[in-house]
Each structure stands twice: as C-alpha cells, then as structure tokens.
Design a protein around this ligand. Structure first.
Ligand SMILES: [Zn+2]
Length: 141
C-alpha cells in the first residue's frame, strides 16, 4: 500500500470526529502556473530547448514547513496534533525527526502512523487522558 493510500484512509476515518479537526499540510516546491503555461506553449511550438531554458530560469515557490507532518489539526481541548503518515514499514526523514522534536517540546501530540489501527491507538491514548475530548466523543456534527 502506498503512503498516499494510507493517508486517504486515515483522513476518511478521522476527518469527521466531533473532538478533532484535521487538514492536509503540504510541503514542497511549485512553479508558477503562468510559467508552466509558457513552457507548454514552447513545447507545442517544437522548442524543447526554449522550454528547458525557461524552466531552468523559472522562479520556484517553496511552501510549508520543512519536515511538517502530512496531516495537522487540533483537538477540542486545544491540543495541536501532527500526524506523519508512512506506508507500512516507512521511516521518518531526519528533517521530520527534527520537526517531531520541536512539536513535542511544545506539548503537541505528534504521531507516526502506518495504518488505520495505529491512528486509532494514538487517538484513544489522548481520549483516555482528556475528559474534554471524551465528552465530545459521541456528539454528532
Ligand atoms: Zn483533548
């Protein structure tokens, strides 16, 4: 199973829990859309060298925080949660481990999960220790 598949399953599983709000947290690099359109026009005109030249000079936009978890959110009690998703057997990168250290130092719940079972275990540990979130456990949206 791919990491993306695990992530989608987890988003579907916990995305509507009344004690938790989560959202995707993307990290990466992008090329502006106008540049991509210009590159496509050059390729359509049969100018791959021009397209490569334009791409090599193109501005890039970095977004997100390096090492940030795949999913972030907040519990009803106010605690931040960071969920790093791995395919079964996957490992964190060094920058992800540094991000985890920072989050843990700020009393955030940071978890690395590779399945629906592992996210359920992590959420249960929080609920067992948090009356405020447990009170909302059975609420409808
Ligand atoms: Zn809580």
């Amino acid at each position: 199973m791919l990491e993306r598949d695990v992530q989608n399953r987890i988003m579907l599983l916990i995305g509507t829990r009344p004690y938790l709000r989560i959202w995707r947290q993307s990290v990466g690099v992008a090329t502006p859309y106008a540049t991509v359109q210009a590159v496509i026009r050059l390729l359509e005109r049969g100018d791959p060298a021009g397209a490569l030249g334009l791409l090599s000079r193109a501005r890039v936009i970095k977004f997100g925080v390096p090492g940030a978890a795949d999913i972030t959110g907040v519990f009803a009690c106010g605690m931040r949660v960071e969920i790093e998703v791995k395919r079964p057997g996957g490992k964190q990168s060094a920058v992800q481990v540094r991000f985890e250290t920072v989050m843990n130092s700020m009393s955030c719940l940071y978890v690395v999960v590779d399945s629906e079972e592992s996210i359920e275990d992590a959420l249960c540990k929080h609920l067992d220790a948090c009356p405020e979130c447990t009170d909302r456990k059975e609420w409808n949206q």
